[in-house]
Design a protein around this ligand. Structure first.
Ligand code: P6P
Length: 338
């Protein structure tokens, strides 16, 4: 990271996004405006998180269960509403699809071809909110390619290679925004005194190998034997260490910067795994591949998977190429042996 300077303070997110385009096209201006709106949503969520412990009613559960069958945190609803409010006024995004909403939210009432859809997980890892540990927001930007006149959003059920952009916000000791538009992965740090995301790193590359494996070993006896074989391998071999925060964004960010592999395998109860494709695995897979790494279901690229519903889930193995390949070799060897 360059020394502090005035020039650096001017390397804001909106400038950087515009520079991702060779021309000052309508799409360049639209995507820059959309990314600015994502940044505004991130600032609003970050501000709420930093004060939630002091605000009556900001923490805890709502008592509701969402479409995922998960208990809803008040912060989940707040963050979801932030994205709706921010994009209602954008005039660019015509549809929002979120982990917290069974059906997409239309702005104003339909979604013509050529407009944009934002898919997002407003607060990922919300179990960490009440204990002041890191959480994140994940987003994926797509351009309308098919008709969605019945509100079923079937045009969204395509592979992740069609994403225009993707990224996440990590609400940690600092608030970091990481994004790609298909031209490298870039990170920005929020300077609250300026209210701006300032460029931190450009063209981030995930090392081909890292020492970290990140998985919830509490599910060990729920997994397929091949995953247990892999875990026994990394337990026995020098040079591996386990890191798991319970929040995908933070666990992935560590791998983005230091290498290694994150695993969320299928279990007996949920063979398709827990993580949702369209607004969790696919955006992170876009980032991973842009950073020279991999993301698979254990059998195919995450970005090639075609979902049959918006809240479609897949197992996820994502990170350094050598480490993801090693996991896949256990999964596929097991398949071959059987
Ligand atoms: P488990 C959070 O609920 C989340 O969706 C991801 O952020 C995280 O990686 C995963 O679930 C944690 O799930 O089953 O290990 O608690």
């Amino acid at each position: 990271i360059p020394e502090y300077s005035l020039d650096r303070d001017c390397q804001t997110l909106s400038r950087h996004v515009l520079q991702q385009f060779s021309d000052f096209s309508t799409q360049a201006q639209d995507v820059s405006a959309i990314m600015n709106r994502v940044a505004l949503a991130a600032k609003l969520v970050s501000r709420r998180l930093s004060k939630a412990g002091l605000m009556a009613g900001a923490l805890g559960f709502t008592g509701e269960t969402n479409v995922q069958g998960e208990s809803v945190k008040k912060m989940d609803i707040y963050a979801n509403d932030v994205f709706i409010s921010v994009f209602k006024q954008s005039g660019l995004v015509c549809r929002l699809a979120s982990e917290e909403m069974e059906k997409p939210y239309y702005i104003p009432e339909n979604c013509p071809i050529g407009r944009y859809t934002l898919l997002y997980d407003p607060i990922d890892g919300s179990s960490n909110v009440d204990i002041n540990l890191n959480v994140g927001s994940i987003f994926s930007l797509r351009q309308q390619e098919g008709e969605d006149l019945d509100g079923e959003a079937k045009d969204l059920l395509t592979d992740g290679d069609r994403q225009i952009g993707a990224g996440y916000v990590l609400y940690g000791p600092s608030t970091v925004l990481v994004y790609t538009l298909g031209n490298g992965v870039h990170s920005f740090i929020l300077d609250p005194s300026l209210g701006e995301f300032i460029l931190a790193q450009e063209n981030i590359i995930i090392p081909p190998h890292g020492s970290v494996y990140s998985v919830n070993e509490g599910n060990y006896w729920q997994w397929d034997e091949s995953i247990r074989d892999y875990i026994r391998y990394v337990h026995r071999h020098e040079g591996y260490t386990s890191r798991y925060s319970g929040a995908l964004v933070g666990d992935f960010h560590r791998i983005l910067l230091q290498g290694g592999v994150f695993l969320y395998p299928g279990t007996e109860k949920n063979p398709e795994g827990k993580l949702r494709l369209l607004y969790e695995s696919a955006p992170l897979a876009f980032l991973a591949e842009q950073a020279g790494a991999k993301a698979t279901t254990g059998f195919e690229r995450i970005l090639s998977v075609v979902p049959d519903k918006i809240h479609y889930r897949t197992p996820l193995f994502i990170g350094s190429t050598e480490d993801v390949d090693l996991v896949e070799s256990f999964i596929q060897d097991r398949v071959r042996r059987d």
